[in-house]
Design a protein around this ligand. Sequence first.
Ligand code: NAD
Ligand code: IPM
Ligand code: MN
Length: 361
Amino acid sequence: MTQRVLFLPGDGIGPDIIEQARAVLGHANERLSLGLDFDEALVGGAAIEAAGTALPDDTMSRAREAGGILLGAVGGPKWDHLEMANRPEKGLLGLRSGLGLFANLRPAFLYPQLAEASSLRPEVVSGLDILIVRELTGGIYFGQPRGVETLESGEREGINTYRYNESEIRRIGRVAFESARQRNGRLCSIDKANVLEVTALWREVMEDLAREYPDVELSHMYVDNAAMQLVRDPNQFDVIVTGNMFGDILSDEAAMLTGSIGMLPSAALNESKQGMYEPCHGSAPDIAGQDKANPLATILSGAMMLRYSFGMEGAAGAIEKAVQDVLEQGLRTPDIHFEGTQLVGTRAMGEAVLSALDTHL
Ligand code: NAD
Ligand code: IPM
Ligand code: MN
């Protein structure tokens, strides 16, 4: 595997936040002589404008050559009228499926300094440390048949198909059981097994796997209840495993518990641990280019890349400590700002992390 990092800024706030993450990674690279080399390519709406497609071949081949990919975000109102197959989001989905990035790790961790920014009361949310393991290359996002058809009556019908085969369920299950084993040994599988056959099968496969992991305590929960439990008592969870769409929704919900969607990083890994890393949020067109976006989820995604794709635990930990330092200093982008803290923009936040990094390298 090369030590190459591919940056894919994408759209909206994507370029704003990637600029900061790239500077932080570049600094660590220089100071610690990590031997990473940096590349950049187009994806999403930016690629549609420049090359007529959301995932140009050139981007895909450079992605295949990279040890780690850091993506900003894709999409925006400019491209919302396009057909589904041509939209910016297809660029992201194409990277995920083309590289086989089935295992999506989304850690919802509350930095103690942000307890007041959470939408939950500090006593409910303090100590929050959940890992959501989301299946990323299957389920209703990719199931066939799909599309919009015209019925004999002339009326149109929209179709998506929710399917998982056993091996897809088993491989994401393994990632989740292994993660739980390295954490507090508790795994909650979230499904809709009371209504959907595909998730009844999901539950069965998880039960089967549990026999191989006697040290992990497996529980099951229906997704509607899980959405409620996450805001009632989030600390009951350690590791959550779920399908593509439920994982998408629940991770945005969990993000808000940590203070902001701008705080939640992610890793998407394939069988050979090649990875694409991205913040869980979108392109936030409402604040794009205004120096308002929180770059921390992207910077923390960069740290996850160093850890999972390159085994550079020291450098990853240093970046995470630097993030903690700037929060301790009281610096806040608007999304995590509250009384008594200092309002800063995207750039100032990134620069503060970069300076704090020096004390940890
Ligand atoms: P969004 O996450 O872009 O924005 C939701 C809200 O959160 C907005 O108010 C936004 O300002 C805020 N927000 C998001 N990230 C932030 C940050 N880093 N700092 C501060 N505030 C932040 O979701 P949306 O509005 O539903 O989607 C906008 C576009 O992004 C759509 O085109 C969607 O398809 C796309 N999207 C892309 C990704 C991705 O590339 N991974 C993820 C989600 C949505
Ligand atoms: C995410 C996003 C994507 C998803 C979209 C943009 C395809 O919401 O990464 O969470 O639904 O997976
Ligand atoms: Mn999402």
